[in-house]
Design a protein around this ligand. Structure first.
Ligand SMILES: Nc1nc2c(c(=O)[nH]1)N[C@H]1C(S)=C(S)[C@@H](COP(=O)(O)O)O[C@H]1N2
Ligand SMILES: [Mo]
Length: 442
């Protein structure tokens, strides 16, 4: 049988390189295209396709694949669609030793397998303190009371009558990366950075609901409480409530998943995930914080001197390289698109730099697609790998000028007793085999 070879023509290659080099400076681009030209001339492995692919097996060219020789499933075979069976490894995962019971645990998003910036609903990481509440929306209510002129109890129907807004925002558990304060131990991107998601959320600005209730001048804080068995609650400053907080009932176009707080959740964009109370049932306006469990014994940051930081709401600027990563080693020498995600709880990502030598030299990456306030931002840098070892890092800078710290700088400021807010520059060690290891350098 004749071998089917799929290699790119010079024209295709040049077009591809031109596309991939978008965002490079003119000098970079000239250099890049020149390299591409040489590669095309020599037909070396300097293409993304990598040249020859031998066709064997009866479903490969030039044979007609089996699925083209029979009829497929009809409409509404699956009234609610699910991914291909070949994608069954793309799932949320948990670290067994992290928690004793699944009802008070956390699962992580497989960010190594996702494209773009939106997390599909079935892959959004889950964090529960008492399992998923199963709520009948007709029996669900949101009560606003305390220091207000007009206490109100809303039905879901009431809430959905308000003009809605839809916004793309990330949610990150502040414990993301928390297992790495003392040293590198998680050999997977899903476990070092997967307590992270980004969805389009639809609901009503909290400000609008508070205006209905009429907050009294002495009302400075809000207590948000969930209807689940944990009745998880957090104190939220009124400034955040009046700024960009949302009360949401939908994610990525459909009603919230039970895992995400169906039928109603609070969303505090850019803030610790645990302030975004799920299964939201109660908002009480007060004149001071409540100091409940999840803002005293938990979700505070123990410093070296034994004191603890409290109300550290903002998820600081962070970034990580998603390709390559431990789950996605480099498979062959040649051109590679380094890709990753950056995010900031303070606003938009302004710049991401990539280092190949553990932070000695930095190269600016290209920000791909949408760059939104408090949303995941995808970055990309096309380069060539010839089997040389790399200490690969990314460093994000947000629009406020905040620069993601090195591990050394973070430990200097906070010590190593913390669980939360570990946003330091992350290092992947790329070995000569193309394998990727999780390592730490200061
Ligand atoms: N009512 C309630 N809200 C909650 C929680 C909870 O256990 N109960 N967990 C919080 C924590 S710690 C986080 S990080 C986020 C996670 O949101 P997700 O499960 O939608 O990813 O929800 C928060 N809201
Ligand atoms: Mo969390």
């Amino acid at each position: 049988m004749s071998k089917q070879i799929r290699s790119l023509s010079t024209r295709e290659l040049m077009a591809q390189l031109a596309r991939e080099s978008d965002g490079l400076s003119i000098a970079d681009r000239r250099d890049f295209l020149k390299k591409g030209m040489l590669a095309a001339g020599a037909m070396t492995a300097t293409t993304f396709a990598g040249g020859a692919v031998a066709a064997t097996g009866k479903n490969l060219p030039p044979m007609e694949p089996s699925w083209g020789r029979k009829l497929g499933a009809g409409v509404v075979d699956k009234p609610y669609g699910v991914p291909s069976e070949y994608e069954k490894e793309v799932v949320r995962r948990t670290v067994p030793w992290l928690t004793a019971e699944s009802i008070a645990s956390i699962s992580m998003t497989p960010i190594q397998d996702l494209q773009g910036i939106i997390t599909p609903n079935g892959l959004v990481f889950e964090r529960y303190h008492a399992g998923v509440a199963q709520i009948n929306p007709q029996e669900h209510r949101l009560m606003i009371h305390g220091l207000v002129e007009r206490p109100i109890i809303f039905t879901m129907e009431d809430l959905m009558r308000f003009p809605s807004v839809s916004e793309i925002k990330f949610i990150e558990c502040p414990a993301n990366g928390g297992m790495e304060w003392k040293g590198a131990q998680m050999e997977a991107l899903q476990f070092t950075h997967g307590m992270l998601s980004c969805c389009e959320w639809t609901g009503v600005p909290l400000r609008v609901l508070l205006e209905e209730a009429g907050v009294k001048p002495e009302g400075k804080w809000l207590l948000a409480e969930g209807a689940d068995g944990s009745h998880m609650s957090r104190s939220i400053p009124i400034e955040k409530a009046l700024d960009d907080a949302l009360v949401v009932y939908a994610q990525n176009g459909e009603m919230l998943r039970p895992e995400q707080g169906y039928p109603l959740r609070l969303l505090n964009p850019g803030w610790e995930g645990n302030t975004s109370i799920k299964w939201l049932r109660r908002l009480e306006v007060g004149d001071k914080p409540w100091y409940h469990r999840e803002e005293t014994s938990k979700y505070t940051d123990l410093m070296e001197d034994g004191r603890a930081r409290k109300f550290t709401f903002v998820q600081e600027t962070n970034s990580v390289i998603t390709n390559p990563c431990p789950e996605k080693p480099i498979v062959k020498p040649g051109l590679i698109e380094i890709e990753g995600l950056a995010w900031s709880g303070r606003g938009k990502i302004k710049q991401v730099d990539v280092s190949f030598d553990g932070g000695v030299n930095w190269v600016p990456a290209n920000l791909k697609g949408l760059v939104l306030d408090k949303a995941l931002t995808r970055f990309s840098l096309v380069t060539k790998w010839d089997g040389q070892p790399w200490l690969l890092q990314s460093r994000a800078i947000d629009e406020t000028g905040y620069v993601q710290p090195t591990l050394g700088q973070l430990r200097e400021a906070r010590g190593t007793n913390s669980i939360y807010h570990k946003n330091s520059i992350h290092t992947w060690k790329v070995e000569a085999t193309g394998g990727v290891k999780n390592v730490q350098i200061s």
